[in-house]
Each structure stands twice: as structure tokens, then as C-alpha cells.
Ligand binder design. Structure first.
Ligand code: NAP
Length: 253
């Protein structure tokens, strides 16, 4: 099960946090992996880890704010590995800002990275996947996606992007189904990565957050990567347009 031999995977935002563990787990399952992020140097460290595991990977600089970077990432993938089977749209930012103080600049930046970046990467990758009539795109959303019975104050722009990702995932799944390209999303709860450092450093915020999670702990990045592996593999061959929550029971609570 979960054999990705002869498959090629691209992971955005792969230098640290969940992107790093997505890259490691996909490589462990046999995929050749393209680790991309703003810092190529840090991606190379992940590539070194993958090579130590005995698998193949390359590091590619890609700022998802820049369309030419995305194009270059796909071109470098094809040059080295000839195909692209899996895209994990993972690169993202978070920023806390009370709604009334949220600036247009911060709104635009959030939308451009977390939403437009996902669109541009998925469209560019899908244009290659179409040629081989197969592919899997996994979009990392969040339980902050809305319509799930919980809300997050101070995160209006972040929530807008994550809700946008789940809606976009459904629509993309319909457009790409005729080409046998599946598109799914994952909605993580609180996962222990550098992104949540500010919450971890605030004992009160941490206590309040853990109280809302039935498993009473933050998730480990690799616990989300297992879901990425499932949705990237043929074991999920009849799943498309879905959003899978990986949240320690938060939404059930
Ligand atoms: P992380 O450790 O901060 O990793 C995100 C990565 O994306 C970082 O390496 C970041 O680089 C990179 N990135 C930011 N802007 C980029 C851009 N324009 N182009 C390319 N890469 C860019 O956070 P994480 O927790 O692993 O987050 C991964 C994904 O999971 C995100 O989409 C996030 O919204 C989502 N998520 C996280 C949680 C959580 O609790 N951690 C929960 C739900 C969803 P820099 O560090 O240089 O900015």
C-alpha cells in the first residue's frame, strides 16, 4: 500500500514544518520529490535528509507570489524527472490582525500567497498532468475554513483563504475529473510547526487551544503528512473534491 514508485511529487513551502514532513514521507513511499520554498538553501537540507533515506529529490527556489518562479519550478521538475504526478500545495502564511486594523496590504499578501499561489501552482501542474491523464493535487487548507461550527478571531484574511481553498478544491475537482486528476484538501487543526510558535509561547493561549482539542495535544506534522500520502496515492483513487480534517477531534468537539 501507498507505493509511490515512479511518481514525481512537488511540495511547496517544503523547507520546514509540515512541508518538510510531506516531502520526507512521499519520498519514503518511493516518490521522487521536488522540495520548493523561498529559501533554496533550506530546501537543500530537506533534500539531504531524503537522500540519506536513500531516495531522490531536488531543491528548487519558488516564491508562490511569483508566477515566473512557479513556471520555473515545474520546468525544473520536468527537466530532472520528466513528469509530475503529485502537487502538494502547502506554502502558506498566517498573521493575526484584529479585523478593524487589518490593512489592505496585509489582506492582499494573504490572498496572494495562500489562495492565488495555490491556484497558480495547481493550474500549472495540472497542465502537465493532463498530458499523462493522471495526477493528484492536495491542497492544505485548515479547520479555519469556516462553515464548520468554530471561528477564529483576528484571522479574517487567513480564514478567507482557507475557506477559499476548500471551495476551490471542489470546483477544481470537477474541472479536472475528466483528465483523471484528483483534487482534495486537508484541513489540519493545531499542528506543532513554526507557524504556531506565537501560540506556544503564550501559556494562556496554549491552554485555551488545547482545551478545545479532544486529544488534548497539538498534532505532529507527520500526522498530517500521512493524510497527504493517502490522498496522493492510488489508495484514494475514488476520492476527489473532498476535505479531510486532521485535527485531534477539534471539529467533533
Ligand atoms: P510553516 O512551518 O510556517 O511552513 C510554511 C512554509 O511556507 C514556510 O517554509 C514558509 O516560508 C513557506 N512560505 C511562505 N510564503 C511563501 C511563498 N510566498 N512562497 C513559497 N513558500 C512560502 O507552517 P506550517 O504549519 O508547516 O504550514 C503549512 C501549511 O499548513 C500552511 O498552508 C498553513 O496555513 C497550513 N496549516 C497549518 C496549521 C498549523 O497549526 N501549523 C494548521 C492548519 C493549516 P517562510 O517561513 O520563509 O515564510
Amino acid at each position: 500500500m501507498f507505493n509511490l514508485k515512479n511518481k514525481v511529487a512537488v511540495v511547496t513551502g517544503g523547507r520546514q514544518g509540515m512541508g518538510r514532513t510531506h516531502a520526507l514521507i512521499l519520498a519514503k513511499a518511493g516518490a521522487k520529490v521536488v522540495v520548493s520554498d523561498i529559501s533554496k538553501e533550506d530546501c537543500q537540507k530537506v533534500v539531504d535528509e531524503i537522500e540519506k533515506q536513500g531516495q531522490e529529490a531536488i531543491a528548487v527556489k519558488c516564491d508562490v507570489l511569483k508566477k515566473d518562479n512557479i513556471d520555473k519550478m515545474i520546468k525544473e521538475t520536468l527537466k530532472r524527472f520528466n513528469r509530475i504526478d503529485i502537487l502538494v500545495n502547502n506554502a502558506g502564511i498566517v498573521q493575526f490582525a484584529p479585523f478593524l486594523e487589518l490593512t489592505e496590504k496585509d489582506w492582499d499578501k494573504m490572498i496572494d500567497i495562500n489562495l492565488k499561489g495555490y491556484f497558480l501552482c495547481a493550474q500549472r501542474a495540472a497542465k502537465e498532468m493532463i498530458k499523462q491523464k493522471s495526477g493528484a493535487i492536495v491542497n492544505i487548507a485548515s479547520i479555519a475554513m469556516g462553515q464548520v461550527g468554530i471561528g477564529f478571531n483576528g484571522l479574517v484574511h487567513y480564514c478567507a483563504t482557507k475557506g477559499g481553498i476548500t471551495a476551490m478544491t471542489e470546483a477544481m475537482a470537477l474541472d479536472l475529473a475528466p483528465y483523471n486528476i484528483r483534487v482534495n484538501a486537508i484541513a489540519p487543526g493545531m499542528i506543532d510547526t513554526p507557524m504556531v510558535n506565537s501560540i506556544k509561547q503564550d501559556p494562556k493561549a496554549m491552554e485555551g487551544t488545547l482545551a478545545r482539542i479532544p486529544l488534548r495535544r497539538a498534532g505532529r506534522p507527520e500526522e498530517v503528512s500521512s493524510a497527504v500520502l493517502f490522498l496522493s496515492s492510488d489508495e484514494s483513487s475514488y476520492i476527489t473534491g473532498a476535505t479531510l480534517t486532521v485535527d485531534g477531534g477539534w471539529l467533533a468537539g
